[in-house]
Write a protein that binds this ligand. Structure first.
Ligand code: PLP
Length: 403
């Protein structure tokens, strides 16, 4: 018998991870080791995390309603701003109702188990590249996912058809913009499949909210036949928290049965103020959204010109898929040396052999900044010939030891 030792367990992790702290910087940039670098690894797609209107209203609502809600929603934590913001989010998403959550992770991790528990024998069909929080929701519910090939409605159709005779309630889980590939799901095709197979369609709009669709409302707004949409305020909305949008019945079910809503403190008023201010700004950001997509397209073209795979990206998320983890780390180090933060994404976040740098642009990145980044790409991905007497590691001749 031995006592559990977290330090030993940490040392055994297959993928140890390390935190680094960044100093304050203007939108679209970060300060690292005293140096300002371009942030090509953020999700603040519209630069709103630095917008004065959000900061002002956040402070104002904090002063008026308090810095904390003081309790969970069902006890005494529901304040007028919660209901006001929920009504605004429902209109924004063109849904009957919306409900606020502490985060997107918490929403997926707790809404899915609540839905599955209320359904008769859930049969869950999920895109293979869904976000970790969607997997977590399924795992927490003890549900085995039936995974379909990434962004392949035809494969999903086959799997649904193959199980057509089976009893149970069908669910389809997808993102609308995939976080690591930057490609878009065909929401209309998925909604049509859901209708044909009597399935409940659940869509995570984390990376589309604020960025795509009319007024930044995402790819689901106005599409009929979607059972539940979630999204976060932590990305293009520039603050924190998340929403679940759908029918009034969905909202009633979650208020009554979703542990991640019931047993947690209501969102704090300063966060609600920031969300409210971002909702004010959304209709006027069309030009910023268009510029963002234009610059992303330029970046993709440049990468394609170098023969780099961008994994079907059609959005502000532009991966440069390099394969091996070492190549991704090398590219990331080279860019950082030139003043660009582009973090290497490795397994298990992405599949083995699909390591990449995930370049994510923001509308606050000017054309000159993107041009500079593009100018760095040839050197970033150059395959330097190895120095003359350098042997591959692990093949040292006898008698020589590694330094
Ligand atoms: C970021 C993200 C989340 C989590 O949202 P948070 O509000 O940051 O917890 C959920 N789903 C997807 C697809 C995401 O990319």
């Amino acid at each position: 018998m031995s006592r559990f030792d977290p330090a030993q367990a940490a040392a055994r992790l297959p993928h140890p991870r390390r935190l680094r702290a960044f100093g304050p910087a203007p939108a679209g940039q970060v300060v690292l080791d005293g140096r300002i670098v371009l942030n090509a690894s953020g999700n603040d797609y519209l630069g709103l995390a630095r917008h004065p209107l959000l900061a002002e209203r956040s402070a104002a609502w904090g002063a008026e309603f308090g810095t904390g809600a003081g309790a969970s929603r069902l006890v005494s934590g529901t304040l007028a701003p919660h209901e006001a913001v929920e009504a605004r989010v429902a209109r924004f998403k063109r849904c009957e109702a919306a409900l606020l959550f502490a985060s997107g992770w918490q929403a997926n991790a707790s809404v899915l188990p609540a839905l599955f528990a209320a359904a008769d024998r859930p049969l869950v069909f999920a895109d293979r590249l869904n976000h970790a929080s969607l997997h977590h929701g399924c795992a927490a519910a003890g549900v085995r996912q039936i995974r379909y090939r990434h962004n392949d409605p035809g494969h999903l159709d086959d799997l649904l058809t193959a199980r057509a005779g089976e009893a149970g309630t069908r669910f389809i889980l997808t993102e609308s913009v995939f976080s690591m590939d930057g490609d878009q799901a065909d929401i209309s095709a998925l909604a049509a499949l859901a209708a044909r197979h009597d399935a409940f369609l659940y869509v995570d709009e984390a990376h589309a909210t604020g960025v795509l669709g009319e007024g930044g409302a995402g790819l689901c707004a106005g599409v009929a036949g979607i059972g539940c949409v979630i999204g976060t305020f932590s990305k293009a909305f520039g603050s924190f928290g998340a929403y679940v949008a759908g029918s009034r019945g969905l909202r009633d079910l979650l208020v009554g049965a979703c542990s991640g809503f019931i047993h947690t403190t209501a969102l704090p008023p300063p966060v609600l103020g920031a969300i409210d201010a971002a909702l004010d700004l959304m209709p006027g950001l069309g030009e910023a959204r268009a510029r963002l997509q234009h610059e992303a397209a330029r970046l993709r073209t440049a990468l394609a010109g170098l023969g780099i795979d961008t994994a079907g990206s059609t959005t502000q998320i532009v991966p440069a898929v390099l394969g091996g983890a070492e190549q991704a780390v090398l590219a990331s180090e080279r860019l950082l040396a030139e003043g660009v933060l582009a973090v290497a994404i490795r397994p298990p976040t992405v599949p083995n052999g699909a390591s990449r740098i995930r370049l994510a642009l923001s509308a606050v990145h000017g054309a000159e900044q993107v041009s500079r980044l593009i100018g760095l790409l040839p050197r970033t991905f150059a395959q330097d010939p190895p120095p003359p007497d350098c042997l591959p590691s692990g093949s040292l001749p006898p008698g020589r030891t590694a330094p």
